[in-house]
Design a protein around this ligand. Structure first.
Ligand SMILES: Cc1cc2nc3c(=O)[nH]c(=O)nc-3n(C[C@H](O)[C@H](O)[C@H](O)COP(=O)(O)O)c2cc1C
Length: 188
């Protein structure tokens, strides 16, 4: 029998304040799971223990778009404030993970990456986003984008996701798994 992708594995790493990006991350992972083994990791855990990603070939990393980029300590504090304190404070986000990531040449972890974000429908005309900012940092470190980055839209800062975007996340996940499996050497 001929197989592809038997040994390739992936992780979805996410940051989320209001919960929308986490929902998208889990939906992407569900789509990916149709083709490759995948785990879902909170970015705070990935920063605390980088070895969590040592055994994966691909990382799909995402977070909310704050001020046209990845979150910063100040924007995360603003999110907590805007929620009236119902959203828990976060010390680290996608930006801190990207910055802490070793150069690909030095690391033992993934070879491929791609990035995603959530952002409001109002900002859709503006190309700047968390996924774009994250991809810029990660690719400079020598990681290869497996598929182009993607944004998912929320109605407002707290959500919900725009109709159809959860479904898009699943389909995107399926396409990522197919792209990863195509990278695997054929085994007979
Ligand atoms: C401080 C702050 C700044 C934001 N800036 C932007 C922005 O520049 N563009 C945009 O489309 N959405 C912006 N948003 C909306 C967020 O993208 C939205 O809250 C996020 O995608 C929801 O994801 P989450 O539920 O995972 O936190 C901002 C939200 C906050 C709290």
């Amino acid at each position: 029998m001929t197989n592809r992708g038997e040994n390739l594995t992936a992780a979805v790493v996410y940051e989320s304040m209001f919960g929308n990006c986490e929902k998208v991350a889990r939906q992407i992972a569900a789509g990916m799971a149709t083709g490759v083994p995948v785990k879902v990791v909170d970015v705070a855990d990935a920063v605390a223990d980088p070895s969590l990603l040592d055994d994966v070939d691909l990382v799909v990393a995402g977070g909310p778009t704050h001020s046209m980029s990845m979150s910063r300590p100040g924007t995360r504090a603003e999110a907590v404030q805007r929620s009236g304190g119902t959203v828990p404070a976060r010390n680290v986000g996608l930006r801190e993970w990207c910055v802490a990531l070793p150069d690909h040449a030095e690391g033992t972890g993934p070879r491929w990456v791609t990035t995603f974000d959530t952002r409001t429908a109002l900002g859709r005309a503006i190309p700047s986003s968390a996924s774009r900012a994250a991809a810029r940092i990660i690719t400079r470190k020598g990681y290869e984008m497996l598929v182009p980055l993607k944004s998912f839209l929320v109605e407002d800062a707290a959500g919900p996701l725009v109709d159809g975007h959860m479904e898009q996340a699943y389909v995107w996940g399926e396409s990522i798994a197919a792209a990863l499996r195509a990278k695997a050497p054929l085994t007979v």
